[in-house]
Design a protein around this ligand. Sequence first.
Ligand SMILES: Cc1cc2nc3c(=O)[nH]c(=O)nc-3n(C[C@H](O)[C@H](O)[C@H](O)COP(=O)(O)OP(=O)(O)OC[C@H]3O[C@@H](n4cnc5c(N)ncnc54)[C@H](O)[C@@H]3O)c2cc1C
Length: 458
Amino acid sequence: MSELQQTLTQLRGALGEAAVLTGEAISPQHHSDWTNNAPARPAALLLPRNTEQVASALRICHAARQSLVPQGGLTGLAAGAEPRAYDIALSLERLEGIEEIDSAAATITVRAGTRLEKIQQAAAEAGFLFPLDLGARGSCHIGGNIATNAGGNSVIRYGMTRDQVLGLEVVLGDGRVLNLMNKMIKNNTGYDLKQCFIGSEGTLGVITRAVLKLAPARSSMATALCALPDYASAVSLLRCLQRELGTPEAYELMWPDYYQLGVSWLENPHAPLNDNYPLYVLLDTCATREALESFLDRAMEGEQVLDAVLASSESQARHLWKIREASGEFPTRMRPLSFDVSLPIGRIGEFVDDICQRLEAQWPGQRSYYFGHIGDSNLHLTLDCNSLPQPAPLLAVEELVYSAVGDMGGSISAEHGIGLLKRDFLHHSVDPQTLAVMRQLKQSFDPYNLLNPGKVLP
Ligand SMILES: Cc1cc2nc3c(=O)[nH]c(=O)nc-3n(C[C@H](O)[C@H](O)[C@H](O)COP(=O)(O)OP(=O)(O)OC[C@H]3O[C@@H](n4cnc5c(N)ncnc54)[C@H](O)[C@@H]3O)c2cc1C
């Protein structure tokens, strides 16, 4: 019997036959994540139902020196959950469900495989808000959100996933279970180890449960789409908005090519605003509609805003958001090469102008689209590889963009993580000393490099 077969026999003994799949029984969905980068059927797929089974699986794999790739909802955009043919994939999908809502503490305790949308709904039913929100809400798992420290639409107001996590349960590569579950805001007892696992993309441990903070439910919500004269106005409008109406719930910028594309992909492609303005911002605020209207009137008088449409109903607000969420359709409508970068907020306009010029000079006729959660300094840039000479010079484009980001002191990954796709560009944002300490951390949690090997660290 081969070493792998022996390991699988032990895994079947610990988890049960139905929780250890091999060959054709593994659905192609588990061969990659949303990127479909280099799909591979893993040697096996494990489907544990509880923390004890995760711990047993990790203990067995550790003893056999078998590599393991944690998988959540597989909506990741960095190929972080993509296995190689000789890895075992460990899906958290059966470790699912909400354990408790504590109204006094304003917390929700969940298992790692719970879909984000389910947590949002449970929070709403209990009169709270779970503010983490992203386009993949219907498929992504909270474990994946925590492992990637996901951002999304409301970071400007509530912070990243890290800011929503009060406690974690984590299984280490050798099967030890760390109980870091905690409901308290204040807890300065030694090193806050949970922070190591948030954003570690499955390379340091497997997250099995979490305690999350809940926010008060929103009492009102107003949505507006505004046309702006230039990038400087986008930043000054945000600061005025914060001063006068409080920090918005979302502040999403779209450059004209992206806006035009988003409108053209609507079921009813009617542009809410003319499509020839220099810039558009979609904003959500908890202020009343009247307060937002009067704020926008003043901004238009001061020519900070050129035109605006205020959603008159929830369905109109959703319609406006559909334009912004066009990026979810990129994989089916084009051959996207996507970037998710952070830059000092005051310099994003200059960065876009510069990178546009450089891309056009190098590859005339290229089509690139710019949008993002600008209130959080986060710019998304997507290039349609069909508009590049073939075979598309992907590496050259990536080098051009990431070195420009590095030169501006930016980050090559704002919210999607490093995974496999950005691993070899990490040096543009992380200096050699920091990288060496990251390697030491990995070594101390996972000395045999069995947890998601090859991801994050070059
Ligand atoms: C349409 C669309 C919109 C998106 N919008 C956003 C956005 O606005 N902001 C944003 O940040 N991201 C966004 N994403 C990316 C993606 O949804 C997030 O990265 C999400 O957090 C991934 O969760 P997942 O459960 O799908 O994780 P997976 O894709 O399954 O895994 C992601 C990484 O986490 C690891 N992992 C998963 N579960 C665990 C666990 N329990 N323990 C340890 N490691 C684990 C995996 O090994 C992998 O490295 C979007 C994706 C799509 C498709």
